[in-house]
Design a protein. Structure first.
Length: 544
RNA sequence: GAUCCCAUCGUCUAGUCAGGUCCAGGACACCGGAUUUUCAUUCCGGCGACACGGGUUCGAAUCCCGUUGGGAUCACCA
């Protein structure tokens, strides 16, 4: 049987790290075995699914280079459509079949009735199992008359069910734990459990690779396969990715971080703990939105981000867009994610996509949940930045600028950005680092690092040397790195000083600090006029 | 609470299935040193783990049992 894997996100939000890892492993598995990787959008939750979220997910997957063989925009005869909301006829046909064969039945309970049953079970310290009701035609007619619409439930198997998981081994659920799950909701849409089974089967999926949060669901799915007498696919459940504090990584972490920061700020300003109007005003959100957010009534990412910006706290990176805006390279992110819960078995860590594919082995996936380590990701990103050729790096940098219009490099021609990247390639881990490190190129120093001024300008004749340097540079016929380097070397030889005694006063004058790339490169990139102006400014500012 | 999953340096992991080659290897981080005009890069070194308790065995990180700890799931969400 040919290998077919699928990634099936629901479009209720943007793509986050857990989803990236699942999609990546599915793709690696398909590529390794010459199979196909499908993308399906699970939009059966009509209240929460949005077209915008679906588009965002497609965009993020494309940015990551996680290209699907079949799915939206890559239609294949026989397997589409790839949005579940467009597949209702398919589901209903199977539900009719199940109803006719007696494997499923209509249930008329209201939410209130079910809640009451659950409350009774919980009071008796028993686990809730749905109890089938055998209703006569009159009762059903009465329910219908009062406006009830039935759901369809699957009659659960009466025997134990075993999942043969490719990673975890056999996982059993006993018959008495199986419940009659809802397969069609009152709104006529299938539940996730039902749609996932029908689609995986109809799309020929051979291996379901997903997060371990689905492990307990698998027995439900197996029950459906059994009722239909269909052969189920293979299953493999990936360990979850956790935060440093061991909680599950989720988008809610952003809300959590912002809430904590807001509470700290409230304490600091000694404000009324219930009054958030000041924050609403400061962040431009409505008072209601902020009050609701602080009362944990919602976890709006927009609100969380507004608060974080105002209070200057860093939100955890969770969503793909966070990493893109953070100046990460998609290939580095992919490489790092591959190493979360999997390893090639040897000491290699920097593995570009093709090498990941070649090394891929499902049986090497771990059972233990892994914590997301942003520092190691930053290191990995630095490795990729160092090894990329400048043209590739410049293209990647353009993609960064597309989402970070506030970067000082926004609008700069690629040619000139390339020169900056060449200079900073060994010194940055992310493009965001570059914005920070190269800031002095864009803003003349207005404050000077006191220690650096003392050491390199005031002491040891620094200022006098700086004046000589300025004159020598001003006399240069051509302003280029090589010529400048030659001139500075010559100056050091003539005056019998070490190069550091030339370079350091220059750095302080040009940048306000003792840190910059190679001094001749810095001068060249800064340009003649700007460099000489800055030297002059430093000389007059620090003259005794 | 019930059911299920998991357990090696602070973190990601190799080693576990087929017990000895492991007083446990690599990487990130951290600390120190060398190179470098500064910062980086690069290179060297250091720190640091088999959760605990029993058992099986000549021998256990590896097999078994228990304890503890962590996690997931218990919806007309996916």
């Amino acid at each position: 049987m040919s290998v077919r894997t699928r990634f099936a996100p629901s479009p209720t939000g943007s793509l986050h790290v857990g989803g990236v890892r699942t999609a990546l492993f599915c793709l690696l598995h398909a590529r390794r075995h010459g199979g196909r990787f499908l993308l399906r959008i699970e939009d059966t939750d009509r209240a929460r699914s949005t077209e915008e979220a679906a588009e965002g997910i497609l965009r993020d997957l494309r940015w990551l280079g996680l290209q699907w063989d079949e799915g939206p925009g890559a239609e294949q005869a026989g397997t589409g459509p790839y949005f579940q909301a467009q597949r209702l006829d398919l589901y209903n046909a199977v539900i009719d079949q199940l109803l006719a064969s007696g494997h499923a039945y209509e249930a008329w309970d209201t939410h209130a009735e079910l809640d009451a049953e659950r409350a009774i079970a919980s009071a008796a310290k028993l686990n809730f199992r749905y109890v089938r009701k055998f209703l006569d035609a009159d009762t059903i007619a009465a329910y219908r008359a009062e406006g009830r619409t039935p759901v369809v439930r699957l009659a659960a198997p009466r025997h134990d069910l075993h999942v043969e998981d490719e990673i975890l081994g056999q996982v059993t659920q006993t018959a008495d734990e199986l419940d009659d799950i809802v397969i069609r909701k009152a709104d006529g849409f299938p539940t996730y459990h039902f749609a996932v089974v029908i689609d995986d089967y109809k799309m020929g999926v051979s291996l379901v690779l997903r997060g371990q949060e689905h492990l307990m669901n698998t027995h439900k799915h197996l029950g459906i396969y059994e009722a239909l007498n269909w052969a189920p696919p293979k299953y493999a459940h990936l360990p979850l990715i956790a935060n440093p504090d061991n909680t599950k990584m989720s988008k809610r972490d952003k809300a959590k971080t912002s809430r904590e920061a807001a509470r700290r700020a409230q304490v600091e300003r000694k404000g009324d703990p219930k009054d958030w109007s000041w924050l609403a005003e400061a962040t431009g959100r409505t008072v209601d939105d902020l009050a609701g957010f602080m009362a944990k009534q919602h976890d709006s990412i927009a609100t969380a981000e507004a608060i974080a910006t105002f209070l200057k706290v860093k939100l955890p990176m969770i969503e793909v867009m966070d990493f893109r805006k953070g100046g990460y390279l998609p290939e580095a992110l992919i490489n790092y994610m591959a190493l979360l819960g999997w390893s090639p078995g040897d000491d290699r860590e920097v593995l570009p996509f093709d090498e990941l594919v070649a090394a891929w082995d499902l049986t090497r996936v771990n059972k233990t949940q892994a914590k997301f380590d942003a520092e190691k990701l930053a290191w990995m990103n630095g490795e990729y930045i160092k090894k990329y050729d400048l043209d590739t790096l410049t293209v990647a940098h353009t993609s960064y600028l597309d989402v970070v219009p506030t970067s000082p490099f926004a609008g700069m021609p690629a040619e000139r950005r390339r020169a900056f990247l060449a200079l900073y390639q060994p010194r940055i881990a992310t493009f965001a680092d570059l914005d920070e490190a190269a800031r002095f190129f864009f803003i003349r120093p207005t404050t000077w690092d006191a220690k650096a001024v003392q050491k390199h300008l005031l002491a040891d004749g620094g200022l006098e040397r700086l004046a000589l340097i300025r004159d020598a540079l001003a006399a240069l016929p051509e302003w280029a790195a090589a010529e400048i380097q030659l001139a500075l070397d010559g100056l050091a030889a003539t005056h019998d000083v070490k190069l550091g005694q030339i370079a350091q006063p220059l750095r302080v004058a040009l940048t306000g600090t003792a840190v910059s790339p190679q001094i001749h490169d810095t001068l060249a990139l800064l340009g003649r006029t700007e460099s000489l102006d800055r030297l002059q400014a430093a000389l007059s500012t620090h003259a005794r």
